[in-house]
Write a protein that binds this ligand. Sequence first.
Ligand code: GCV
Length: 636
Amino acid sequence: MDRIYKILFSLTFSFLCLGIACAEDGSSLWLRYTSLDKTQVSSDTHSPTIAIARSELEHYGTLSSVKLVIDKGLPSEGFRIQAKGDGAEIRASQDIGLLYGAYALLRQQQTSGIRNLRSAPRFSLRLLNHWDNLDGSVERGYAGKSLWKWEEIDGQARKMSRGVEQRVVQYCRANASLGINGSVLNNVNASPKILSPAYLDKVAVLAAAMRPYGIRTFLSINFASPMALGETDTADPLDSRVQQWWSSKVSEIYARIPDFGGFLVKANSEGQPGPGDYGRTHADGANMLAAALEPYGGIVMWRSFVYGANHKGEDRVKQAVSEFLPMDGQFRRNVILQSKNGPLDFQPREPYAPIFDNIRQTPQMVEFQITQEYLGQSKHLVYLAPMWKEFFRFVSPHRLVGVAGVANIGDDPNYCGHPFSQANWYAFGRLSWDPSLSSACISQEWLMQTFSREEHFVASLSQLMEGSREDCVDYMMPLGLHHIFKFDHHYGPEPDGFRADYPIEWCPVYYHKADAQGIGFERSAKGTDAVAQYRRPYRKRYDSLRKCPKEYLLWFHHVDWDHPMRNGKTLWENLVAHYDRGVSQVKGYRSVWQQFESLVDSQRWQEVDHLLELQYRNAQEWREVCLGYWQKMKGE
Ligand code: GCV
């Protein structure tokens, strides 16, 4: 071919490729494998799960051969990868371990290169909690409507439409690539209708799609369901008709979904019904459901997120311990207490929830929030792994049987809204498998698979992501401030928020308590004594104004504006410096991102670029509104 034609051909080819790159909408997530159809895969057993492992490796593997071997000596769900010449062997004690091993091999291929690896999950329950409503909306969802298409019920319940099926399969691949092994499909503010036959048929279809990927299905239930569905005249857990109703409902579920996981329950919390409505305890309620599920191996995940009921008037952050500690030891064996990482509500920073120190006899799970309700939603780039790692510094993974993540997934083309919000789904999954992984190692893996392996890109963006949570804390609510969000949607700042007709625990002024003298919530022994719920050495440390780490200062203490801090500057000067730092950090994000325009496909590059600009404007707004308000409170 003539030289000039060769150049033209190669230019056209590049444009074509660019055209393809331009079309990236993020729907491939971190599974952007190139189809090579190169690897020969052999295995000694067959099952739907192994068929998926084979197909992923056959299509996307770079090795010439991979052998899949069942080896009963390996730990449950774990696997071993051994490189062998130009091939590899994956061993596992179960089919699902082989699938996890296959995805781990593909990850290695995209990141570090193939190497020997033994791996097993730290937690047996690694679940996503979807707050999806039956009308298709998602509570605190910022990425479109529910992926499950609840509207496709009745006549359509027995199968999924093609488009939905593809999206659900992609969801399953993504989860299995991380080792996530369960999905709670519906909102904890649960509609009783989820337990009606039409919806259960739909759940069974979803469960069947998820099963080969090792994902068990769970449901959130409304405690008053039998009554709400008109089948009993009470939901009292000690009433035998109610107990009978739940037993037969559970058997109806297992007839459709033999590997059904169990129930997640929000009871007597924020207006939801519960056993307290009948003078019964949370243990009475949880045990009634647990008894119905026990014959099938199902579990109850009972949330400790309760306030404003039995302990009304008490400091909200103390109420979970006050409520559940007296019941420790009274729960059936298949009940797990599920608690948010902090004692309040998924704030940008909270100290760990002391319920993890106090409950000793009941198995516990932590609930993280992947969806960024309080961290800029799907508009701000905030990488959450450092926050979850911070939690594990205080609460040992050994004390937990599982982790749950409130999902940030919807039917947006890229599933998560902000392209970088995908990193939070990814990081949740990786940490739920192995909480000892560093947040930087996870972000690097994610960047390489999601965008580019170019070294400078990975190093710069990983550094930016690593600091992004602290930056968000700084521009929103530094030094231990909390819950100063705009009412209800929780997006922007509203430090002056107060409405006499709202519960006081929903009003920002309840939390910052700013006045002419100072700011912060006195939770030391001089105040609400919330510090007393912490184990040593934290109890003493948090109690002391001098020793309290500055990131929790205003969480535990009401501090004078001119209080001298360790760096010699006053509290006020420090507050200003933190807000300024947060804003200037975010300003820098865009310049970092702009260096890499040529490395990222144009659609995703531009999307991120616009969002970073918005984040910068929002950060400025946070600083102006908050500092302006604090100044007014100081009397300036
Ligand atoms: C599902 C917070 C959120 C609510 C959420 C609740 C919970 O209050 O704002 O949307 O409800 O937590 O976790 O139950």
